[in-house]
Write a new protein. Structure first.
Lengths: 270, 226
């Protein structure tokens, strides 16, 4: 690939990210709710459960920790989960409104356009997570300074994986009305069947089947990857699982957006 | 379903793809723009096959779809800049072009307004300006005047004719409105997925022995139905 060609690709990527950021900033409601949602969990939910749930010492923590500290990485994951689904919601919206065509008529290869779209969503979600961490700092969520740096690659990886899942869903959902179902059948089960709100050993004591479901849940591994990184540790298992899910979701998304198969073909002649 | 649809558009040609609703115009557009694959046959843009060399083919193509594809939450300039980047243009290259195209459609002073605030006619003009930012050699418009008032319709037609004449852009204008096929135009009549006629307007009318294009079109489609 020549230098000029690479520059064109970068211009395209830059434009897609810029548009995603502009949309995020222009849509006040989405902007505010994305910030308020995790804070509500942190301030209200965690306060209520503070004395109900005792958390024993689990890695990566070295001491007993308050419940707020335990759920903070899970809430960072939740921001990314919502973001991934929201960007796929916007893809479905774009398709209904026709603006998806603007993207698809671009001369760049489709895998590149989808990846750009994905990276744009991740960029927005990473910014949101850091804003959340900044506010959470005032609630005694004070991980080591290096943790804030080390968590960045973890956030990018988990954001990519959750965004790719959103792409897959958006390519197979025909209409906006079906999206409420996704919220109920994807976001909530993924969130509750994960280690975001409680360590999985508690789940294991309660129900082994649910425990194994939670272990297989990609969101669990996204949260653990973030949690370990935030406390300067690397969770290799979670990193591998997240990468594997990312590859699988990306492959499915490219199939779903292939003009010969998937959405375009099934949609028929308009 | 399309059968034996074959035609050529030369630089500077204003070609009208004339057909009733459901004739296959939108399907044809979707195939040309790679929204879906054709099972057989080839489509080339300036010699570049849209399936085998989509990069080269789509880079020279400007499209105005039947349905608006603007992002209502973004400003006019943001919408155009997004489109420019999707064609690999740098911001420095795109900026003066965006200004120039907006000025040509008389919307330079609306560049920082959200698209939501624009009228239907203005939105169409933005879409036309946007389709030209990457300087395409071939411009496709799918029913570009649907839902527009007389003045906006006039503007779109005149502006596109002007583009053909001054910039030598080849144009394929799909419509079901016969009066849009005025003056010196090439006419392609599409009916039930087949091409019934292809040629210069006057020649087509003369061949059919009808008094005007409307009568010629009626004769052609009636003959096909019989």
């Amino acid at each position: 690939m020549t230098g000029a060609r690479v520059a064109q690709y970068l211009n395209c990527l830059n434009g897609v990210i810029r548009r995603e950021a502009q949309r995020w900033l222009h849509q006040r409601g989405r902007f505010i709710s994305a910030l308020v949602r995790p804070l509500l969990w942190l301030v209200v939910f965690a306060a209520g459960f503070h004395f109900v749930l005792g958390v024993s010492i689990v890695p990566p923590y070295r001491t007993y920790i308050p419940y707020e500290v335990y759920i903070a990485p899970g809430l960072a994951g939740m921001i990314q989960l919502f973001n991934g689904m929201q960007s796929s919601l916007s893809m479905v919206y774009d398709r209904e409104m026709g603006s998806m065509r603007t993207l698809m008529v671009s001369p760049f290869p489709r895998w590149f356009l989808l990846s750009s779209k994905l990276l744009a969503g991740v960029a927005v979600s990473v910014v949101q997570v850091y804003i959340f961490f900044a506010i959470a700092w005032f609630w005694q969520i004070t991980p080591p300074a290096w943790g804030y740096v080390l968590v960045l690659p973890a956030l990018i990886l988990s954001g990519l994986m959750l965004g790719a899942l959103g792409l897959v869903l958006s390519s197979f959902i025909r209409q906006l009305e079906n999206f409420a179902g996704v919220m109920n059948f994807v976001i909530f089960p993924m969130f509750f069947l994960s280690s975001a709100l409680y360590p999985l050993w508690r789940m294991q004591q309660a129900d082994t089947k649910l425990y194994w479901l939670s272990e297989a849940n990609p969101f669990t591994h996204a949260v653990e990857l973030i949690r370990f990184a935030l406390y300067e540790r690397f969770n290799a298992t979670s990193a591998l699982v997240v990468c594997a899910y990312l590859a699988a979701f990306m492959a499915l998304a490219i199939i779903g957006y292939d003009p010969g198969r998937g959405l375009m073909a099934r949609k028929g002649g308009e | 379903m399309l059968h034996d649809v074959s035609f050529t558009i030369r630089p500077g040609d204003f070609s009208v793809l004339l057909g009733l609703n459901g004739a296959g115009k939108t399907t044809l557009f979707a195939l040309i723009t790679r929204l879906y694959h054709s099972r057989s046959g080839r489509i080339c843009v300036y010699g570049n096959d849209v399936e085998r060399a989509p990069l080269a083919a789509l880079a020279r193509l400007g499209v105005v779809f039947q349905q608006s594809t603007l992002d209502l939450d973004l400003t006019v300039a943001e919408n155009m800049a997004y489109h420019a980047s999707l064609h690999g243009l740098s911001r420095a290259t795109a900026k003066p072009r965006i200004e120039a195209e907006l000025a040509r459609v008389g919307l330079a002073d609306r560049r920082d307004d959200r698209v939501r605030a624009l009228s239907g006619g203005q939105r169409r003009r933005v879409e036309l300006a946007r389709a030209l930012v990457h300087e395409p050699a071939l411009l496709l418009l799918d029913e570009p005047t649907v839902g527009l008032d007389i003045e906006s319709r006039r503007f779109m037609l005149d502006h596109v004719h002007h583009l053909c004449a001054t910039r030598r852009i080849g144009v394929l204008w799909a419509t079901h409105l016969i009066d849009e096929a005025e003056g010196d135009t090439q006419i392609i009549v599409l009916h039930q997925g087949k091409i019934l006629a292809d040629g210069a307007r006057d020649q087509l009318v003369a061949q059919s022995g009808a008094a005007d294009l409307k009568a010629a079109f009626d004769r052609l489609t009636r003959k096909a139905a019989a």
